[in-house]
Ligand binder design. Structure first.
Ligand SMILES: Cc1ncc(COP(=O)(O)O)c(C=O)c1O
Length: 393
């Protein structure tokens, strides 16, 4: 049975062209990009091209606004420290309640160490940010605001440009985690208010362990770890040149194909979602009324645990996820579902179907063929109709 992969918010299949672009940098172009000789120059040239490709994907003005990192987590951590360092007289941070653990864990740690005061802005049951509470949290004490572009569990998109304008009005640095958005939705940063933006290659058909932080010109970035002067003294450590080259190629492909891929994913996602909701009673798609990424559908099934649904789908060679892959397997309920305060989702969890440009009609049909029986089998049997008492005269 051909496996069906619908867990693309966890990671995507590396594009064969991105893999092919990396191979020479794993073998013959092995020079250290900091070396002055020809071996170093070959690696530097690969990185220069990749920097331009990544900058083009997000509409950055120039390659020097791109700092390569080890992935989204490092980008997020760097951004938080950079925001605090850029505003030394301020010690407050504003984040949403549904940020990735790469943001929330660090913010909570800094708060417990007494180094910052955190404002965790709630979301409404639609999954949208509570804009009133957001505005109320902003003040001239805020050093940094970090609100994600799109949520990994629900695909809900936040109006980051508008949020950045409001943050800038009080002089805060604005960071967005665009790990789930880049390559799936157009991003045009030039001239906007966003200061810092995290990316991760493996979510856009590139390799794992490589990402980037966009740093708007004029924003000072203090490196997270001390060391050499790589990346213009903004990220120490010898660069992962093959990863960077693969990331660049993946970014170039994503930019070229984005419009068509997004439209195709949206129509497959919509067919999958309406097919499920039409065939399975008492099911709901989270955030369906909000603006969402074209590839994500998180569905709650009343009286059927999401974990159990995912396990039974896996037996049919269908890979999905419940909540974020990083926290899947932990008994704690997803913080994203808890933040949305939808009782049914908190109780049963949500099954996340996340598509990619590799997804096709057969994948959708396979899910629709098996899911209704899986959910029905998990639900408690309907009570037998009560025998009517018939009185005989
Ligand atoms: C929204 C978001 N931010 C950050 C990350 C972490 O990225 P990475 O795996 O590259 O460290 C992820 C990965 O799941 C994510 O979905």
């Amino acid at each position: 049975m051909r496996p069906v992969y619908l867990d693309n918010n966890a990671t995507t299949r590396p594009d064969p062209d991105a893999v092919a672009a990396m191979l020479p940098y794993l073998a013959e172009h092995f020079g250290n990009p900091s070396s002055a000789h020809a071996f170093g120059a070959a690696s530097r040239e690969g990185m220069r091209k990749a920097r331009e490709q990544v900058a083009a994907l997000i509409g950055a003005r120039a390659g020097d606004e791109i700092v390569f990192t080890s992935g989204g987590t490092e980008g997020d951590n760097t951004a938080i420290h950079a925001g605090l360092a850029a505003n030394p007289g301020r010690n407050e941070i504003v984040v949403s309640a549904v940020e990735h653990p790469a943001i929330l864990t660090l913010v909570k740690r800094l708060e417990s160490e007494g180094r910052i005061k955190a404002h965790v802005v709630p979301v409404l049951p639609c999954g949208c940010l509570d804009r009133e509470r957001y505005r109320a949290a902003l003040s001239e004490r805020v050093a940094l605001v970090s609100i994600m572009w799109a949520n990994n569990e629900t695909g809900i998109v936040f109006p980051v440009e508008a949020l950045a304008e409001e943050a800038k009005a009080v002089g805060a640095v604005f960071h967005t985690d665009a790990v789930q958005a880049a390559g799936r939705a157009p991003i045009a940063l030039a001239g906007g208010a966003i200061d810092l933006l995290s990316l991760s290659a493996h979510k856009l058909h590139g390799p794992k362990g490589i990402g980037a932080l966009y740093v708007r010109r004029g924003v000072k970035l203090t490196p997270l770890i001390a060391g050499g002067k790589q990346e213009r003294a903004r990220r120490a450590g010898t660069e992962n040149v093959p990863g960077i080259v693969g990331f660049g190629k993946a970014a170039e492909i994503a930019a070229r194909r984005m419009r068509g891929d997004a439209a195709r994913m949206r129509s497959l996602r919509d067919r999958l979602e309406s097919g499920i909701l039409g065939r399975v009673r008492d099911a709901a798609a989270l955030g369906a009324a909000a603006e969402r990424q074209p590839n994500t559908s998180a569905i709650v099934f009343a009286e059927a645990e999401a974990e159990a649904v995912a396990t039974l789908l896996a037996r049919e060679a269908i890979a999905v996820s419940t909540g974020a892959a990083c926290s899947a397997g932990s008994a704690a309920p997803s913080h994203v579902l808890a933040a949305m305060k939808i009782a049914m989702a908190e109780k049963f969890g949500a099954v996340r179907f996340s598509l990619s440009r590799d997804t096709d009609d057969d994948d959708v049909d396979r899910v629709l063929a098996v899911l209704p029986d899986i959910v029905a089998g998990l639900r408690p049997a309907a009570p037998a109709p009560r025998r009517r008492e018939v009185a005989y005269a």
